[in-house]
Design a protein around this ligand. Structure first.
Ligand SMILES: Cc1cc2nc3c(=O)[nH]c(=O)nc-3n(C[C@H](O)[C@H](O)[C@H](O)COP(=O)(O)OP(=O)(O)OC[C@H]3O[C@@H](n4cnc5c(N)ncnc54)[C@H](O)[C@@H]3O)c2cc1C
Length: 192
């Protein structure tokens, strides 16, 4: 049986135990696609951050008091940073807008230690990753974990809103190596 990874973002937190909190510094903010920025966090007082597994997310405590969850996109072998990618949603309650409009390199913010509600299956013999738009984020560290040997299909509404750059940047591959491209909407890597 193949594992199919589907990313859904519930509006209600499901954790009953308050997670460990950390102080991190915004090391960099970079533009990935239309309305999508990547944020790189490093520890303020140590070389390493708590370890995470592919599919994990952190809570980000925003200056406006909002707390929002974001999937870690970088390879889980990295201990020196957390990288997230955030879609700016002007129809939301202000969390993602604050991430984009308020958070800047050099600022210190509180985040939770990583938690994983979307773990990569250990028992699957093969994975098929299917993502649309910002839904690629939890799959990035999974794709890194299986070293792009598995199939994936990624779609976005338009090339400009297609955050496929992380596929290259974070999974450590090149565009041509990563996938065949249909020139309009995204990336496919055909089934085998
Ligand atoms: C585990 C997890 C991982 C996530 N990872 C990412 C990620 O990697 N990148 C990312 O960009 N986002 C991610 N999210 C979503 C993120 O946490 C925020 O929800 C998102 O940034 C929007 O925040 P916001 O405050 O702008 O909007 P929110 O207020 O959270 O609203 C989000 C959307 O829901 C709608 N909405 C809000 N309230 C209601 C309501 N009562 N009824 C109907 N619709 C409503 C809004 O119109 C808006 O379109 C993740 C969420 C979870 C739970």
């Amino acid at each position: 049986m193949n594992a199919v990874a589907v990313h859904e973002a519930p509006l209600v937190r499901q954790d009953s135990i308050a997670p460990l909190k950390l102080q991190v510094r915004v090391q960099s903010v970079s533009h990935l696609a239309d309305d999508i920025n990547a944020f790189e966090f490093v520890s303020v007082d140590s070389d390493t951050l708590p370890a995470f597994t592919p599919g994990s997310h952190i809570d980000v405590h925003l200056p406006n008091g909002a707390i929002r969850q974001y999937s870690l996109c970088n390879p889980s072998t990295e201990r020196h940073r957390y990288v997230i990618a955030v879609l700016r949603d002007p129809l939301g309650r202000g969390g993602s807008v604050a991430m984009h409009d308020v958070l800047r390199a050099g600022q210190v913010v509180t985040v939770s230690a990583p938690r994983n509600h979307f773990a990569l299956s250990n028992s699957a013999t093969r994975h098929i990753f299917i993502a649309g738009g910002i839904g690629i984020t939890p799959l990035m560290s999974m794709i890194a974990e299986v070293a792009l040997t598995q199939d994936f299909c990624y779609r976005a509404a338009a090339v400009a809103s297609c955050s496929f750059l992380p596929v290259r940047m974070l999974a450590g591959t090149t565009y041509d190596e990563a996938a065949q491209h249909d020139n309009t909407t995204g990336i496919d890597r055909g089934g085998r």
